[in-house]
Ligand binder design. Sequence first.
Ligand SMILES: N[C@@H](CCC(=O)N[C@@H](CS)C(=O)NCC(=O)O)C(=O)O
Length: 298
Amino acid sequence: MTNKLPEYVPPAIWKWDSENGGRFANINRPIAGATHDKELPVGKHPFQLYSLGTPNGVKVTIMLEELLEAGVKAAEYDAWLININEGDQFGSGFVAINPNSKIPALMDHSTTPPTRIFESGSMLVYLAEKFKKFLSTDHTKRTETMNWLFWQMGSAPFLGGGFGHFYAYAPEKYEYPINRYAMEAKRQMDVLDRHLESHEYFAGDEYSIADMAIFPWYGGMARGVLYDAGEFLQVQDYKNLQRWAKQINERPAVKRGMKVNRSFGEPESQLHERHDASDFETNTQDKRIARGEVEAPE
Ligand SMILES: N[C@@H](CCC(=O)N[C@@H](CS)C(=O)NCC(=O)O)C(=O)O
């Protein structure tokens, strides 16, 4: 039986209550657009990424690192940290790239004029098409990659905005939404698990942008690193998803991509900004703490 909450009777007209709590209450607004003027920095590389190391952010840093690993030097990039808790996504420079005010936001300065790209799925397709990597040119294989890429873009909001929000971030635990979204999260993992029973990767026998999109969300769930919900959702039961998640997690480019713009977790897992390949060796937070450039977390 579902526990009873005091009934909410919606008023005739919804009003914004900025005190409604929850982890992101201070940045959520019912209006779009910039809140302040702020130009974004531009580094020396063709690609300028403005992001944070969340599952949506690392899809793109994984792809950029995979391209570099594959020898595509033109995929060099600067990754700048956008602190969404401080409202950096509402600065005028950021909104000019992404009118939706969400990380990641990407600029390609190798085109004239420079090209803006918003939505992580659009970035994966843009980079795959530009460098002819990780997206088959065979129409059928390409379509299967797109099927899974679009599946991820449409499904993850139920995992993050639905399950993750109510299980980990809402000001109180409410049974109804947790039940609803736990069921959906498990159903989604079962979709993936069944597909992976007879396929090495999502688009078949080749690693593609579909794997890069799905891994940070559902690989994270399978590894129990998202929302601390591994036991609650019994993620070890999805054996094929577990196999695939381990396989993707071992890729050197994936390991690097997951560190970029990460500002939480173990200091050695955080590379706040990436401007050069050597930053992975010299500029992770543990190294910066040891040099006295930043303070150790409490
Ligand atoms: N569909 C978008 C989702 C991006 C997204 O939700 N980004 C979150 C962080 S993971 C964000 O920037 N939130 C800040 C906010 O909502 O103000 C994409 O994949 O690029």
